[in-house]
Design a binder for this molecule. Structure first.
Ligand SMILES: Nc1ncnc2c1ncn2[C@@H]1O[C@H](COP(=O)(O)OP(=O)(O)OP(=O)(O)O)[C@@H](O)[C@H]1O
Length: 627
């Protein structure tokens, strides 16, 4: 936790609490308190949504399910049966958690339930709950339930004060949880899931666990907020609770404010609720969805990262603009108009294109690149030792396609195995099997004594396998340094974020990217992105590194540089399996070559013998060329 947050956050919460505790002394109107209560309700809901959907990229349309479970737990138990109100909050949290575990166990286990399919699944849940509530008379039965005022400490003032303080407490806890999650390994893991989930898993991130935790936290916060909402509206009915505006509002608020930051939803809530309130006050209430929709479209086009990120980039200008504009249009009797206009002006200023960024981190051409630092320790070539990888009679089918059939292969410590073969011969499939991202249809694979059939992909990384991708897949929201730090944080010997960031210099120096540590991947050329793939895989501390066409698309100078980097990685004690079409390169690097052809192993042995084997030449060049 930063010092600024440790001081600022309790201070803001205390000031907000004082608005109610000293309301009469301060002359703070009840109307404003009600508006703030509404904002706090939405802060809770939008933050709840953001913890899962903003952080991990799993867009949910099911927020109304938590609001519904919370509201009905309180309405039925407290409103109808007189159960202690605080107990009903716990029940709401528990039931929401159960729902989250059920949805997560299904959705996160199946790879096919991603993106829009996940969104559709979550959209269905509130509909089912609404139907259950409507037809079941012990829940609602279509009548609605009146929720009276529960007993509360007399010293708190009116019921509105009590409600406000309760909402403040829950919203503050929600924001605190979102902050702590974002700043911890948890937030990094979810950012990895958002950018490239299977890459994160392959680097050792237990993605299922982190997604479940995010869903659980999101559900509990949403459910507790829903419970308070029952008190706020006083009459709980299916149509007002399980309404589509709930997910729409939380999405608009979070996207508007910025969904990758813990404070984004809060900024979005303030803007949306104020806008909504002012439109209603000026008799334009029916326009609110149209205006909100237009604002969202505009912002998605102008600043998809959200308003908060833009405000942070120029805080002083935004603050001065907000203050000046608000003061200029301050209307006697209604300061809310002035505040809204001030905020909109600050938003507009924040959205102006930023001045050209300072000279981007120099993206040098390979020839001019800083000479890579020597690998520590620059070991002698490692002798061939124990068997690290053992594939026995492996087959892999995709439906009717036999990508691999009866392939056996061993990789020993210290080897560089060149895996070659014509297009479609099964090389990438074999890399997928060795890294645990694919399961064999038949046969067994052992890595360092571990049976991969028993391990999820992130545990395969911990067993000592790392891979690169033919088309580089960096975490685009992270700098080069943080891409590498991710692999260190979650790799075979996990470390804290601070240590991982410091240690990232090692793998970056090995590949010669140290001078680009603070650049974002979109500033790198193809060669540098491929080097980043190698640095990141190396950072996971593998025993075996699988390089899938790491040289594809490079020019001759870049290829020479990449070959040197691979040699350096090998000298540091990592065994390598390299998939490559350029036989010159394979010949230069490999200590052994395995040739695949139409999914079967055609040859396996010394590079010179294999590459002159007539069967191999025929497979590569065709019979006529061989002749
Ligand atoms: N996910 C998939 N679904 C269906 N078929 C697949 C899938 N992945 C691979 N295949 C098929 O399996 C066979 C082997 O593909 P693979 O990508 O492993 O070959 P490769 O040797 O890596 O090819 P290239 O050199 O072109 O990358 C091909 O016929 C391919 O079409």
């Amino acid at each position: 936790m930063t010092r600024r947050f440790a001081i600022g956050f309790p201070l803001v919460v205390a000031v907000l609490a004082c608005l109610s505790l000293y309301r009469v002394t301060l002359g703070f109107p009840l109307f404003y308190l009600a508006l703030l209560t509404l904002m706090l309700f939405w802060v809770t809901q939008a933050t709840s949504w953001n913890i899962l959907s903003g952080y991990s990229g799993y867009f949910s349309f099911g927020q109304a399910a938590y609001v519904g479970i919370g509201a009905y737990s309180t309405a039925v138990l407290f409103g109808r049966h007189g159960v202690n109100f605080y107990v009903t909050i716990l029940v709401a949290a528990g039931l929401s958690a159960v729902l989250a575990l059920a949805v997560g166990a299904i959705a996160f286990r199946l790879r096919s339930l991603r993106g829009e399919i996940f969104a559709l699944l979550t959209l269905a849940v509130p509909f089912i709950l609404a139907a259950l509530a409507r037809i079941n008379s012990s829940i609602d039965g279509g009548q609605g339930i009146i929720v009276s005022v529960p007993p509360f400490p007399a010293g708190l003032g009116l019921f509105q004060d009590f409600l406000y303080l309760l909402n403040l407490l829950v919203a503050a806890v929600a924001v605190l949880v979102a902050y702590l999650m974002r700043k911890s390994r948890f937030g990094w893991a979810l950012a990895g899931v958002r950018d490239a989930e299977d890459v994160a898993e392959g680097l050792g991130v237990p993605t299922f666990r982190y997604k479940m935790l995010a869903l659980l936290a999101s559900a509990v916060i949403g459910g507790v907020g829903g419970s308070l909402f029952a008190l706020q509206i006083g009459f709980v009915a299916v149509d007002s609770i399980f309404h589509l505006t709930v997910p729409l509002f939380v999405i608009v608020m979070s996207v508007l404010g910025g969904r990758t930051h813990w404070l984004g939803p809060v900024v979005g809530v303030v803007l949306v609720v104020l806008l909504q309130d002012r439109l209603t006050a000026s008799g334009l209430g029916e326009w609110q969805l149209i205006v909100l929709g237009a604002v969202l479209v505009l912002l998605v086009l102008l600043a998809p990262e959200g308003v908060y990120a833009r405000l942070r980039a120029r805080p002083l200008v935004a603050l001065v603009t907000a203050a000046v504009v608000a003061a200029a249009v301050w209307l006697p009797g209604e300061p809310l108009d002035a505040i809204l206009v001030g905020l909109l002006a600050a938003t507009a200023v924040a959205l102006l294109p930023l001045r050209a960024a300072p000279p981007a981190p120099v993206v040098a051409e390979p020839a001019e690149q800083a000479a890579p630092a020597p690998v520590a320790p620059p070991a002698e070539p490692v002798g061939v030792g124990e068997v690290l990888v053992e594939c026995r009679n492996v087959a892999r089918y995709f439906g009717g396609v036999r990508a691999l059939e009866d392939v056996s292969l061993t990789v020993r410590e210290g080897e560089i195995v060149g895996l070659v073969g014509p297009n479609g011969s099964g090389k990438t499939t074999l890399v997928g099997l060795l890294s645990g991202s694919l399961r064999p249809t038949r046969g067994s694979i052992h890595v360092a004594g571990n049976d991969l059939a028993k391990l999820p992909p992130h545990r395969v990384a911990h067993a000592g396998v790392a891979r690169t991708y033919q088309i580089p897949r960096p975490f685009t929201s992270m700098t080069v340094r943080d891409n590498v730090a991710m692999a260190i944080m979650f790799g075979r010997s996990p470390r804290s974020l601070a240590t991982a960031r410091r240690d990232a210099a090692g793998p970056l120096d090995v590949v010669g990217l140290g001078h680009l540590a603070d650049a974002y991947p979109d500033k790198l050329n193809l060669h540098q992105r491929q080097l980043l793939e190698i640095a990141r895989a190396l950072a996971a501390d593998p025993k075996v590194l699988l390089l899938d066409e790491a040289l594809a698309g490079l020019n001759p100078a870049e290829i020479d540089n990449a070959v040197e980097v691979i040699r350096r990685v090998h000298r540091s004690g990592v065994s390598i399996v390299i998939v490559e079409h350029l036989l010159r390169v394979v010949n230069q690097l490999a200590t052994r070559i395995v040739v695949l052809d139409r999914g079967t192993r055609l040859a396996d042995g010394d590079p010179r013998e294999v590459l002159t084997d007539p069967a191999v030449v025929r497979a590569y060049l065709g019979k006529r060329a061989h002749a």
